[in-house]
Every structure is written in structure tokens, then in C-alpha cells.
Design a protein around this ligand. Sequence first.
Ligand SMILES: Cc1ncc(COP(=O)(O)O)c(C=O)c1O
Length: 386
Amino acid sequence: MLETLAQKAPDPLLKIIKMFREDPRSDKIDLGVGVYRDAAGATPVMRAVKDAEALLLAGQKTKTYVGQQGDVDFLRLVGQLAFGEMSRDFVSIQAVGGTGALRLGCDLLRESGAKRVLLPAPCWPNHPSIVRAARLEAMDVAFFNIAEQRIDMDALIAGFDRAERGDGVILQACCHNPLGADFSLEQWRTLAEALNARGLIPFVDLAYQGFGDGVDEDVAGARALLERVPEALIAVSEAKSFGIYRERVGALYVKTAEKARAAAMSNLAAIARANYSMPPDHGAAVVREVLSDDALRASWREELDEIRGHIKRTRVALAAERVNSIPMHLIADQKGMFSTLPLNEAQVAALRETHGIYMTDAARINVAGLRAADIPRFVDALRAVA
Ligand SMILES: Cc1ncc(COP(=O)(O)O)c(C=O)c1O
């Protein structure tokens, strides 16, 4: 039976990572991997996280299961950080990373009768796989003009007409992966109206809070949307905001009418129970410790400011350069770690093969992966291929 399994294609990013590792050139540049890197090229453990881990090591009395919902203090604190007071009315469950939260939410949508999830394209490449794994149709809708580096709201809203009431729409809250292009406050309000008019359910994906303009600024648009819609799902990942990627820290929040909340919670509990039963503890406990202690919270915010400052400086430096067909100046307006350059696969391959510069096949660059000293060489290489 098992020998009938067909080979699956490997993740395209893994192919790039392997090629980079095997490239012997000492001046190669890795803009492919999606983790934050500081000016020295490292992804260090944040100071507040180290301190919280020391407290946990000293104080933890038991390793018995956390409850089915997960760490309720973690859920309250993360909810408050992301959505303020309105989070009190949300149903919540801890998840195995933002990915796990997206999967729980898609499973919940399917249980509620949804048939499809709309994905403004290009989306995070894992979104379609998660949607399909939940046995929903993943439907791409036009959203972004890569050559002009601008959001096309008309195309996006026209795409909403291809869905039916109760279907979901994944919207990234901030620091869009892979585009770096975020909705303005006004566009979020327009989205709320368009979703309400069609009975579609927004599924907000919040994976980079604090990486764009600030912890509160980065969620202002999503909050404006959530205030205006009767129902919504929100997947939160703390992988980036706390630099705890491998700890798999996430949560799913659900906004729905009061009378529907107990049923929503029971469905989420059942989905999680049949999947991994109870969530992992450590990473969520770290986030809980940091957010509930004034000194640790201040230290975390300070380090997050440094991270954001580093990304912004790199964006501004890139935006000051001129490269033939690429509107470089827009890179400074974009947010977070990623931008997608208007380059075709042949140009991406030339950057890799001739210049030792690695990015995804779709020309997504991790801005945080670019060291200041490498910017001139990167820009020269872009001029040579674009
Ligand atoms: C847009 C987006 N959503 C969700 C995630 C999931 O993050 P994780 O599962 O590592 O918490 C990521 C991670 O790269 C992401 O870029």
C-alpha cells in the first residue's frame, strides 16, 4: 500500500537553500531564507526571551499538560497586544505556530460549510497548501501589480464576486509576505464594506506585528476591519515578533456572535484534539512571561524597535539606488522583511549563477538578509540583469 505513494515535489525554497549552502563563493548573498537577520547576519535569541526562559527554568513546577485551549494567560495577553479591548469577546485557542492557527481556522471554516478560501495573489506560498489540506478550494484573486509595485483594490474586490457567502478571504495584517505592500487604513475600511456586502469571512493572518511601523501601528488596519465585520478569524504567529521560530507559538482568534461562541470553541477543541491533542507549552510561556512583566516587556519592545530600525535602514538604502526597470524608490514605503522585485525567472537565475545572489524563484528578497556592506554589489548585479 505505502509503496504506491507518489513522490511530492520538494518545497522550492528548500532547493534555493541547498543551492546556497553548496555554492563555494565566499561573497555569495542569501536573500532567500525568511528569517530576520541583524547587521552581523545573525538571528539571535532576544534578550527578553532569554530572561523569561531563565525565570521559567527556575520557577516551573510541573510539566503536565496545558489545557485544551492552551495557555489562557498567553491567549489573553497576545489578544490584547494585537486587538486591544475587543479581543475580550473573541474565542481563542493556542496553536502550533501561525501555520497551525491557519490550519485550525481553515478546518473551522470547512466545518461551518465554507467551500473555498480566496487568496489575494501572490500570497505566502504555504497558504494554498493549508487551505487544500483542510479540503477547501484555494482560489487565487488578482491583487498586486508587481511591475508597478501597487495594490489593485478594484481587481481584488472584483475577485470577491467569485466566492459564495460564508467563504473565507485570507488578508495579511501587515508586512505582507512576499510583497511588503500593506493596505492603507482606508483600504481596510473598503475591504470591510466589500466583505460584508458579499457575506465573506475575513481570515486575518498576523505574522509580523512590530516589524513594519510599530506594535500598535501594524495592527491599526486589521483592527479597523475587525470593528466593522460581524465574523472573522485571525491567525497570530509570534515566530518573528519574539524571534522564537522553532518554538512554534501561535494562536487562533474567532470573532462571532455571543450565542455562537461556545459552539465555535467546541469545534476548535475537537479539531485540535484529533490533530495534536494539547499545544506545546514553552514558547507560549515565554511570550506570557515577557508580556506580563513590565521590565521584560520594555526590553522586548526596545529590541523589536532595533529590529524594525535595521530593516527600515536597509529599505531606505536600497530605495536610494536607481536600477533600470525596477521602481526601487517604492522599497522604502514597503514594510517588513520582504519585497518582490519585478524580475523573471531567467533574471533570478542569472543573479544566482553569475553573481551568487540568492532569492526565491518568484524574486522575493528578504531585505533583512542584506548586509549594508553588500548593498553596492547587490545593486550592481541588479543593474546587470534588469
Ligand atoms: C504570512 C505568514 N503567515 C504565517 C506564517 C507562519 O508562521 P509560523 O508557522 O512559523 O508561526 C508565516 C511564516 O513565515 C508567514 O510569513
